[in-house]
Design a protein around this ligand. Structure first.
Ligand code: NIG
Ligand code: FE
Length: 410
């Protein structure tokens, strides 16, 4: 089955020699072809080029006149399996309470965990499926989903089974991340090492026995899990083949970046608090620094020093952090805009940060994240727009008209 997309005003995010990620100055490089065609065969990208060079046949032809074709977003950090929204805490924050204060009194993650524990697997699946559908229509083609609103063995397994069902039923590329160490349940306050023991001795082996997690995560931050807790949990996960991918430096310079790098994390995420030592420590590593602009926006946190990181030669990825407490939106078009507006990335850097580099941060940049021969045909056709710079510029507007995953319109 061959599908031709013809008359593309500009085909964006092309790679003639594909890379697994882009770092430093490379982040500004974004190949495009004006007046282009794209040929899909059996779900993968077969070839592309200028319209003037097209001569062939296809079973199905789509006309993209006046429109951009771009690789779908990869969202490498989300928590979309949860039961309840948390707008009451949102109002508490407006009135002056901090995220940490709310967490301390048993709100926040524990609030979500309570409602999520009470929901059935089917209910959680239906809610998460709707969220997935919504972000797919906005142009996301690959997504990482964490557990972490369970915080008991049975409840964490329930969340991970929901993610497994989403993998089986969605056309999106999905990776699962076991985040048992997301919050400290009330009954473990004052002796959190016992909860860490539970994660290590009971949860990880059971998660592994059912093959439920691609990655392992820890919320390594002030008021949550310590560097020592994190190291113990990562070591246990690694033994079962789960690659670390962790939360670090949201509230404070926590040592999270260093412990992530030490255990060869595929990514360290948040990074609102970054010193020179953290930037230095990421140099020459396989770890993708991942910024979550929606969380910093929603909580009014300091902005991660994206430009400094790029100037230091590092790669930077940007993901949504879609979750009920700190970023109740998975709209990657908005993340693309924030990348430019708030973090001063150029449109080219911002596109790389939300496609190829986030694909790397979830270990799928060999199959998605750009328009390259042999990769999955995951792309969107925009509404009629004048240039790709319009994508980040017109924030708040949905610029995506049609989404194709594995070569099929969804
Ligand atoms: O990535 N920082 C930790 N976890 C989530 C927030 C979870 C919540 O508040 O429900 C985050 O921001
Ligand atoms: Fe998160």
């Amino acid at each position: 089955m061959r599908t031709l997309i013809k008359n593309i005003k500009e085909l964006v995010g092309v790679e003639t020699s594909p890379k697994l990620r882009k770092q430093g100055k490379e982040m500004a490089l974004l190949e495009t072809i004006k007046d282009a065609y794209l040929l899909v065969e059996d779900g993968n990208i077969k070839t592309f080029g200028p319209m003037s060079e097209w001569n062939g046949t296809a079973d199905n032809v789509e006309d993209a006149a006046g429109r951009m074709v771009m690789p779908t977003f990869c969202d490498s950090h989300t928590h979309i399996v949860y039961a309840n929204s948390r707008e009451h805490e949102f109002v508490d924050k407006i009135r002056g309470l901090s995220y940490e204060e709310i967490a301390k009194r048993g709100g926040g993650i524990l609030n979500s965990a309570k409602a999520t524990a009470a929901a059935s697997e089917d209910e959680l699946y239906d809610m998460a499926q709707q969220r997935l559908e919504e972000v797919m229509r906005l142009g996301t083609g690959a997504i990482e989903i964490k557990s972490g609103y369970g915080l008991s063995t049975e409840s964490e397994l329930k969340l991970l089974r929901v993610i497994r069902r989403l993998k089986e039923t969605s056309p999106m590329t999905i990776k699962s991340n076991f985040l048992g160490a997301h919050g400290i349940p009330m009954e473990y306050r004052g002796h959190q090492e016992d909860y860490v023991d539970l994660v290590i001795n009971e949860m990880i082996p059971r998660v592994a026995a059912e093959g439920l997690a691609d990655f392992i995560d820890v919320f390594c931050d002030q008021g949550f899990f310590t560097v020592d807790d994190t190291a113990r949990i990562l070591e246990a996960g690694i033994k079962y083949g789960m690659r670390p991918k962790i939360h670090a430096n949201e509230m404070a310079i926590s040592g999270g970046v260093q412990v992530g790098v030490k255990y060869n994390a595929i990514s360290v995420d948040h990074l609102e608090q970054m010193g020179d030592a953290e930037i230095e420590c990421l140099k020459g590593t396989y770890t993708m620094p991942t910024i979550l602009p929606g969380c910093a926006f929603f909580l009014n946190l300091p902005l991660s020093p994206a430009r400094r990181m790029i100037e230091a030669g590092l790669p930077v990825a940007m993901a949504s952090d879609y979750n009920p407490g700190t970023s109740p939106s998975g709209n990657m078009q908005l993340i693309l805009s924030m990348a430019c507006i708030r973090y001063r990335l150029t449109p080219e850097e911002a596109i790389n940060a939300t496609t190829l580099n986030t694909a790397y941060a979830m270990s799928v940049s060999n199959e998605v994240g750009s328009i390259a021969v042999g990769k999955k045909a995951n792309f969107y056709i925009t509404k009629p727009i004048a240039s790709y710079e319009y994508m980040p510029y017109a924030y708040g507007e949905n610029k995506v008209e049609r989404v194709f995953l594995n070569g099929k319109e969804v």
